[in-house]
Design a protein around this ligand. Structure first.
Ligand code: OSB
Ligand code: MG
Length: 376
């Protein structure tokens, strides 16, 4: 395969309702899409990757404008230079090594690697799910519920999602907006609703006594209560809680996952391909966790259909034993830029077409497009 051109498309999609976490509120999603135009034996295709950065560096240190520059001025030129130098045929497996001289910037690297992988698989006629090793054709769908203005509002929102068929509820929490919410949801919907919480790093180890009050509510897990760099403190906290400890922000690589497991900082891991540098590293974390008996589930970053399609393929691997944040497109968007993913009996169907199995719809790209730039 030969890369002919790389395009960076920016699209802005309004959210159906604001999404609030411990670090802020989002009313729309600006997505950076990497398109790799490639040729193999005369066949041409476009491969797509969605960069999961936020507009501001709140969830991680990466952000939209920085990511666009990083791709434009460093990552894409590096990859094209590697290709021009000849020798090895370009494959997705060779993208990460080619980009390794750039430190960090995993979300940007992931988007580029995914676009190359998608192009490669489209040209080979193989679905991403088959390539990664999927074992199911539908995955159970959980939903991440943002912090609401009132408990009554939260209960109404949760009820609506349960009515739609979501099989697991994740409540965003922050200090002071936590135990009471969980208690209210448990009281209204009973002990059988699979329920978990996500703090997005908003607590300190000193909050352990308060977090221990979550134990009586029989949660599946507590996600990332402490800081991204606090692996050791997560291990200490885990020993004070009955609720299983799950890490999100802290797991930036397979190495970090190995450390977290060895330290006892993670009984469960939320795998987000963007956070760890791509789907190939995500699969390594899945394999590692599975070998250690650590459950994983697929996280989300409000992806459009492009990123969602790839996440659904990943979530079909055998170690994904908990429902992920892989909800239907209409959880976030009235109109998606691909055909929408829909809930069927609480599940999302795994795309089986070549590559990620979905395509951007030209009319939607025109409607939501902000800018497109060509690199190389
Ligand atoms: O921590 O899982 C998170 C969204 C943006 C940033 C961080 C997180 C989230 C979510 C997932 O909770 C939302 C989704 O895509 O379904
Ligand atoms: Mg999280």
């Amino acid at each position: 395969m030969r890369i002919d051109e790389v395009w960076l498309h920016t699209v802005r999609l309004p959210l159906v309702s604001p999404f609030t976490t411990s670090f802020g509120t989002q009313t729309d999603r600006v997505a950076l899409l990497v398109e790799v135009r490639a040729t193999d034996h005369g066949d041409q295709t476009s491969g797509w990757g969605e960069c999961v950065v936020s507009e501001i560096p709140d969830y991680s240190s990466e952000w939209l404008a920085g990511s666009r520059l990083m791709l434009r001025d460093h990552l894409v030129p590096l990859l094209l230079a590697r290709q021009a130098a000849g020798g090895l045929r370009l494959t997705a497996e060779r993208v990460a090594p080619a980009l390794a001289e750039v430190r960090g910037h995993r979300m940007s690297k992931a988007a580029l690697e995914t676009a190359v992988l998608d192009a490669e698989l489209r040209l080979a006629g193989v679905s991403l799910a088959d390539h990664l090793g999927s074992v199911v054709d539908r995955v159970p769908s959980g939903v991440s519920v943002g912090i609401q203005d009132s408990t009554e509002r939260l209960l109404a929102v949760v009820e609506d999602y349960l009515d739609q068929g979501y099989v697991r509820i994740k409540l965003k929490i922050k200090p002071g907006v936590d135990v009471e919410l969980v208690a209210a949801v448990r009281e209204r919907f009973g002990p059988d609703v699979p329920l978990q919480v996500d703090a997005n790093a908003a607590y300190r180890l000193l909050d352990a006594p308060r977090l221990r009050r979550l134990d009586e509510h029989d949660l599946l897990l507590i996600e990332q209560p402490l800081g991204e760099e606090d692996l050791r403190q997560h291990a200490l906290l885990a020993r004070q809680l009955r609720t299983p400890m799950c890490l999100d922000e802290s797991v930036i690589s397979a190495d970090a996952a190995a450390d977290a497991i060895a330290l006892g900082a993670a009984a469960v891991i939320n795998i987000k391909p963007g956070r760890v540098g791509g789907y190939l590293e995500a699969r390594r974390i899945h394999d590692l966790a599975r070998a250690h008996g650590v459950a994983v589930w697929c996280g989300g970053m409000l992806e459009t259909g492009i990123g969602r399609a790839a996440n659904v393929a990943l979530a079909a691997l055998p170690g994904f034993t908990l429902p992920g944040d892989v909800s239907a497109s209409d959880r976030f968007y009235r109109t998606d830029i691909t055909r929408p993913f829909v809930l069927e009996d609480g599940c999302i169907r795994v795309p089986d077409g070549p590559g990620i199995g979905v395509d951007p719809i030209p009319e939607a790209m025109a409607e939501f497009g902000v800018e497109s730039i060509k690199v190389g």
